[in-house]
Design a protein around this ligand. Structure first.
Ligand code: HEC
Length: 459
């Protein structure tokens, strides 16, 4: 796999990782087929309000679009996976879905169609509202309507599981700590990862996680750094995964996966993967963001490998495009920044030998005062395409998205990332901006901003 840009800020790096990795969960079994149609239910369209029941109508929607998160072990704070659990929540189900707050699905209507779209069809919102209006009746449990697959997916299996090796308590008295942990993967042959899940051990303080891969040749040097800092596990690493004493002597060979708010398991698009060389070690960079006394964290990493002999040949590479020039004064809104570059330049001049790349996943990244994110491309012939449009940016629901149909990208196609910010008192209060009003510029902290688009491609 060619890694095209690893010399970036540590957060940008997340997304080299994410790019190779963090996307919306995508099903290996349904590469570019459209998401399944919503189940219609055995009893057909409800005849009257009182005919709308849990087993016959509400459950198929809840199971397909909600229980990927709202079930035991999911990221939501309560479950919706039984009648007993869903009934007392009926009123808030109707209001959260009616307001389109739930299910969280940031891409707007200008975005291309994505796999595993969690958003509800208008008819599904109405069906849930009708069920609630009818008093959330149970219906006939012996004749349940058929279920479609969940849109939020799990890993097909877990072939390798590691954690950061300690219960790590971050430094007291600081708001942000970046800590790197060395994790031996123990792989004795080259493998290809097809999916991963990074799970923060302490979601209250973990702001993001980036996992970078180094080959066996760099492992000893990294172990030596790890030993030097033995009084506290790992080493400080605000600048990125390479310890400053090894700058210029070792280089990452890839990425394993990351975590940003809103992301759980990530399966790569069918037929694609990311190489994990034998003897690799992973450097897990965790950004801890603390408001109050720190409590321990043990962040965990799980990987699914392609079965031996059936490794995908298409290797994922992520091209980031950034703008670092934002200056957003307090009180200002609708402040837009934009950067345009050709795909060839984004790839460091080395584009695919046959002159054509295939775009499979897209992602965007901003922090808290970001309000609108757009990634687009203008073809050599003048045709313009939106690759990702997120009209109401929410820092808590990030992730990347697998395109339902792949998009060919040529070397001279011009890619544009555009970010809009709102630094007014009202908006800062609404999003819980963590600092006093100030001119917000590019930077790592949650109170700083970023503007990055990611295109994850194969040959
Ligand atoms: C991707 C994960 C995910 C999916 C899918 C999801 N939820 Fe949620 N839901 C959450 C999380 C996490 C919360 C906690 C509040 C938050 O973080 O926004 C939540 C909160 C809620 C709440 C509390 C009220 C609120 O607005 O915060 C309701 C009601 C709810 N979800 C209903 C649903 C329903 C109904 C569906 C499916 C139609 C659904 N959710 C799909 C993750 C999810």
């Amino acid at each position: 796999m060619r890694i095209l840009d690893l010399r970036v800020t540590s957060l940008g790096f997340v997304f080299v990782v994410v790019a190779c990795s963090a996307g919306e969960p995508t099903s290996p079994s349904s590469p570019s087929s459209p998401p399944p149609a919503p189940p219609t239910g055995t009893s057909g369209p409800p005849q009257s309000l009182s005919a709308v029941t849990y087993w016959q109508h509400a459950r198929p929607v809840l199971e397909e679009k909600c229980t990927g998160c709202h079930a035991k072990g999911g990221i939501a704070p309560f479950v919706l996976d039984s009648y007993a659990a869903a009934k007392p929540m009926a009123a808030s189900i109707a209001s959260a879905t009616g307001a389109r707050v739930m299910p969280p699905w940031p891409p707007g209507p200008l975005s291309p169609r994505m796999l595993h779209d969690r958003s509800l069809a208008v008819a599904e919102i109405k069906l849930l509202a009708d069920w609630v209006a009818a008093g959330a009746p149970e219906g006939d449990a012996s004749a349940p309507a058929p279920l479609a697959p969940r849109t939020v997916q799990d890993l097909p299996r877990v072939d390798l599981q590691r954690d950061i090796g300690v219960d790590y308590t971050p430094l007291a008295g600081v708001t942000d700590e970046y800590r790197c942990f060395l994790v031996d993967l123990g792989t004795t042959e080259d493998r290809v990862s097809v999916g991963f899940r990074v799970t923060p051990g302490n979601a209250k303080i973990v702001h993001h996680v980036i996992t970078t891969l180094f080959d066996g040749a760099s492992a000893d040097a990294l172990r030596a750094v790890d030993v030097e800092s033995a009084e506290r596990a790992g080493w400080p690493c605000a600048g990125g995964p390479v310890p400053s004493s090894l700058e210029g002597t070792i280089k990452p060979v890839g990425a394993l996966g990351g975590w940003v708010p809103g992301v759980s398991a990530v399966n790569f698009p069918a037929g694609t993967g990311s190489t994990v060389p034998k003897g690799s070690v992973a450097v897990v960079q965790v950004h801890y963001n603390m408001h109050g006394a720190p409590t321990p964290d043990r962040t965990k990493l799980e990987i699914a490998f392609a079965p031996k002999g059936a490794e995908p040949t298409l290797k994922l590479v992520t091209l980031p495009i950034r703008n670092r020039s934002m200056q957003v004064p307090p009180g200002a809104k609708d402040v837009a920044v934009e950067t345009t570059a050709t795909a060839r330049d984004l790839a460091g001049g080395k584009f695919y030998p046959d002159g054509q790349g295939t775009l499979r996943m897209v992602a965007g990244h901003m922090h808290m005062i970001g309000v609108h994110f757009t990634l687009s491309v203008e073809r050599a012939g003048g045709e313009k395409l939106v690759l990702l449009d997120i009209p109401s940016w929410d820092f808590h629901w990030q992730g990347s998205y697998a395109l339902a149909s792949t998009i060919p990208i040529g070397p001279d196609d011009k890619v544009t990332v555009r970010c809009v910010y709102d630094n007014t008192d009202a908006h800062r209060a609404a999003v819980g901006y963590p600092e006093a009003p100030r001119i917000v510029t590019h930077g790592e902290g949650s109170g700083d901003e970023m503007c990055i688009g990611y295109m994850t491609m194969t040959d």
